[in-house]
Ligand binder design. Structure first.
Ligand SMILES: [Zn+2]
Length: 145
């Protein structure tokens, strides 16, 4: 038992659907609104965008639709704000990590610098050792000649 009958899209009044397509014009067969014409998404249930509007009134069901969309928008906005907040938290976390890494890098740089200085000192001491040993050898040879 069908509660409505839909015309093919030959009507002069064309309604654009939420999904961008043309809404089909239908006639209600319900006891509450017999013969009342309305527009609805012409797509099958799975792809249906939910568009629905009486032909004769801009309020009524379509305003319910608008309110529904408004509340959906509010929920979406809230979700977006939550996401934005968590994104900000992540950004702060990232900046903190970046700073930590920079600190570590500079620390590492100093360590590398220190060890290079130490290496230079060690090689200087080595040179000094070799030099003094040579001097000692020359001295010993001079003594025992
Ligand atoms: Zn649609």
């Amino acid at each position: 038992m069908s509660e409505s009958s839909c015309d093919s899209i030959s009507n002069s009044m064309m309604m654009t659907c939420f999904c961008g397509g043309m809404a089909s014009c239908c006639t209600s067969r319900t006891p509450l609104n017999p013969g009342r014409r309305f527009y609805r998404c012409s797509k099958p249930k799975i792809e249906n965008c939910g568009f629905w509007s009486w032909e004769d009134s801009s309020s009524g069901n379509s305003s319910i639709e608008v309110n529904l969309l408004k509340s959906k928008l509010e929920v979406a906005t809230l979700k977006m704000e939550n996401l934005r907040e968590s994104l900000n938290a992540i950004k702060i976390e990232r900046d903190n990590l970046k700073k930590k890494m920079e600190n570590l890098e500079s620390l590492n740089y100093f360590k590398v610098k220190k060890s290079r200085n130490l290496e230079a000192k060690v090689s200087k001491v080595n040179m000094l050792c070799i030099l003094s040993f040579t001097v000692l050898v020359v001295f010993v040879i001079a003594i025992f000649k």
